[in-house]
Design a protein around this ligand. Structure first.
Ligand SMILES: [Zn+2]
Length: 80
């Protein structure tokens, strides 16, 4: 069995999670009687008029001690 190389430098746990966190802002223009120019029958949350990606980041988190590391932590480990 291949050795697990994902070891937390703080607590030596190999129980790690990669997280991709994204923050979007969806805008719906208000017209006569419905939210959004694209919503004529019912309000559909995905029928937005504008979507802006405000923020995103990837990080590795240790599930034992909670320490977070930048995703560059995996450089040289995941690559072939
Ligand atoms: Zn840890």
């Amino acid at each position: 069995m291949k050795e697990n190389k994902f070891i937390c430098p703080i607590c030596n746990s190999s129980d790690m999670t990669l997280r991709h966190e994204v923050n979007f802002v969806y805008s719906y223009k208000i017209d006569i009687d419905e939210p959004g120019l694209k919503n004529s029958e019912v309000f559909l949350s995905y029928e937005y008029d504008k979507r802006e990606n405000k923020y995103s980041r990837e990080y590795i988190e240790c599930n034992r001690c909670g320490t977070q590391y930048p995703n560059t932590f995996l450089n040289g480990i995941l690559g072939n």
